[in-house]
Each structure stands twice: as C-alpha cells, then as structure tokens.
Design a protein around this ligand. Structure first.
Ligand code: IMP
Ligand code: MG
Length: 182
C-alpha cells in the first residue's frame, strides 16, 4: 500500500520492505563470516540508522556483539546539507582496541562520514569499518566508500526505514523517493 505523503509532497517507493529484509540478511551473513571469532562493536549513527541497525544486529551470527550509538547532525531542517557536522550524543563506551563497525543509513556527499571516521580513528580502535544501507555515489565530494553497501541508489532524496525529511517519514517500511513541490 502506498504511504500517504504530507500535503503537496509525493512519495514513490524505491525499495520495497521485503527486498530490504533480504539484503539485510545477506549483509548480516557477510559480516558474521568476516568477524568470525572476534568481538564486534556496532556503532549506530543516530537517528537515521536505528531501524537498519535493529534489523542488522539480529541478522548477525556472532557470540560477542555489542552496540553503541553516536548522535550526529549534518543537515538543517530540510533536504540540503549545511556542510557542518556536530556530535549531538557521544558514545557511552571506549572503542580503544575494539573492532568497530559504523552503521550508517546513507552515504551521500561523504562529509558526515569523513568527519566521523576522523573522530573515531583518533580513539584508536583495533579496526574501523563501515556498513551503509544506501549509497549515493554520484553525490560524493569526498573520495570514500563503505566496506559493506546495501543498495546503490540514484541521486534522489529518499525517506523511510529510518531516513527522514524534517524528522518525518522515518516510520515507513519501504525506502521512498520524496518529491517536493518546486
Ligand atoms: P553526507 O554528509 O552528505 O554524506 O550525508 C549523510 C547524512 O545526510 C545521512 O546520514 C543522512 O542523515 C542525511 N541524508 C543524506 N541524503 C539523504 C536522503 O536522501 N534522505 C535522507 N537523509 C539523507
Ligand atoms: Mg538525517
């Protein structure tokens, strides 16, 4: 069933929920194989990655998986980046000597990720890798890539499955393209 948009905005389904679930299971299997026998710390980037992380962690088959969250804000109220990143909530636990996997909702310009990678590497984790549900490589201003990518998508503004526009639409089960009136 098509979700109801806010007045004057349109929503078009890009990735349906069953496809997301299937891909998350695959990512979980890949990550489990790569980290076999090692403790793993997932670091979820709030708020966009929380739904993805909740599904991903249950698809990971390892004995020792822990989770922590980091709050970052890179956007103002709307769809355009302000170019400025700040920490709104820091990690609760130290990551020194820990195998860390950053869990992101979407890799867009790369500005947020570049900042995050810098901050976390300085804390001397044993290893630092990343998984992103969505990747928009066409928008990149920093030359970087995630170690695990769910879906590569075209240059469109998407919402749902945790991703928002002005804090709305996070609750949609599908990833949808948001069309705003011009
Ligand atoms: P970047 O710094 O441009 O890579 O942006 C990364 C962050 O911007 C993501 O973690 C999202 O919170 C947000 N963002 C980028 N593109 C979208 C989008 O299409 N929909 C919703 N949020 C987005
Ligand atoms: Mg966001």
């Amino acid at each position: 069933m098509a979700p109801t948009p806010l007045p004057s905005a349109t929503l078009k389904v890009l990735i349906e929920s069953p496809r997301i679930a299937q891909r998350v299971r695959e990512l979980g299997a890949e990550i489990s194989a790569d980290y076999q026998g090692r403790p793993l710390r997932l670091v979820g980037v709030l708020k966009g990655a929380w739904i993805f992380l909740a599904d991903l962690i249950r698809a990971i088959r390892l004995d020792d998986v822990t989770v922590d969250f980091l709050g970052l804000a890179s956007y103002g109220a709307g769809a355009e980046t302000s170019g400025e990143v700040r920490i709104t909530k820091d990690l609760d636990m130290s990551i020194e000597g820990v195998d860390v996997l950053i869990v992101e909702d979407i890799l867009d310009s790369g500005v947020t990720f570049h900042y995050l990678f810098g901050v976390l590497s300085a804390r001397k984790p044993k290893s630092l890798r990343s998984v992103t549900l969505l990747d928009k490589p066409s928008r990149r201003v920093r030359p970087l890539r995630a170690d695990y990518v769910g879906f590569t998508i075209p240059d469109a503004f998407v919402v749902g499955y945790g991703l928002d526009y002005a804090q709305k639409y996070r609750h949609l089960s599908d990833v949808c393209i948001l069309g705003l009136p011009t």
